[in-house]
Every structure is written in structure tokens, then in C-alpha cells.
Ligand binder design. Structure first.
Ligand code: FES
Length: 117
């Protein structure tokens, strides 16, 4: 388990990149009120990072996260691709909790198993 930024350090509804050597890849943190969603920064289309520059992510005007490579758009709360070349696929969730002090705790995601539903 690793310590990420505190909830108060994150802007609302804006992707923030976070790296930690205990995690298998860079993580995208997205604050939604007093909750946080965390996704591996790996697009399910071709495995590229979603950002176009360090910690720079595209968002659509209606609040979706967009992969800079080919324009796949993702629901920031569910991680599901809702438009683009990998529609129906999902970003890999990183288990995230917020403790009473507002510290975000991240755990390594389950190993990828393409045959599991
Ligand atoms: S790698 Fe993300 S849309 Fe192609």
C-alpha cells in the first residue's frame, strides 16, 4: 500500500497523474467530492498513456477523460470507454480509499486476467 496526495490537494473532477514505485504503472487520480477514483494510466486500446505531456490530460467539455492518442473517451467515475476505438472496454481500477485524515491510500490492482469477466 502506498500514500498518495491528500484529497484536499486534488482539484475536483480533474485528472492528476501520480507515480509510486509500489504500483505497476502511473496512476490517474480523479477527485469527485470526498471520493477519489484511481485508474492505471494505460489506455485499453493500445496500451499507451492517456496524457499528452507529463500530468496533462484531455477532457471533453461534458466531463469525460480523453486519450490523447486516438481519442477514446472514458467515464471518469466508472473508467468505461464510452466512445472511440475501445468502446465498452475499461481502464484498470486501482483500489483507492480515503481515511479520516483525507489521506488517499492506493493498493496494487489485481493482476490482469483477460479471460475473467
Ligand atoms: S491508445 Fe488510447 S485511444 Fe488508442
Amino acid at each position: 500500500m502506498s500514500s498518495a496526495p491528500t484529497l484536499e490537494q486534488l482539484p475536483q473532477q480533474q485528472p492528476v497523474a501520480y507515480s509510486d514505485q509500489e504500483l505497476p504503472a502511473e496512476v490517474i487520480l480523479i477527485r469527485d467530492g470526498q471520493q477519489v477514483a484511481a485508474w492505471l494510466n494505460i489506455c485499453p486500446h493500445q496500451g499507451r498513456p492517456l496524457n499528452y505531456a507529463p500530468n496533462k490530460f484531455l477532457q471533453t467539455p461534458d466531463g469525460y477523460l480523453m486519450c490523447a492518442a486516438h481519442g477514446a473517451t472514458f467515464n471518469m467515475q466508472t473508467g468505461e470507454c464510452v466512445n472511440g476505438p475501445c468502446i465498452g472496454a475499461s481502464l484498470r481500477a486501482v483500489p483507492a480509499t480515503v481515511n479520516q485524515q483525507g489521506q488517499i491510500q492506493l493498493s496494487a490492482p489485481e493482476p490482469y486476467n483477460p479471460t475473467a469477466n
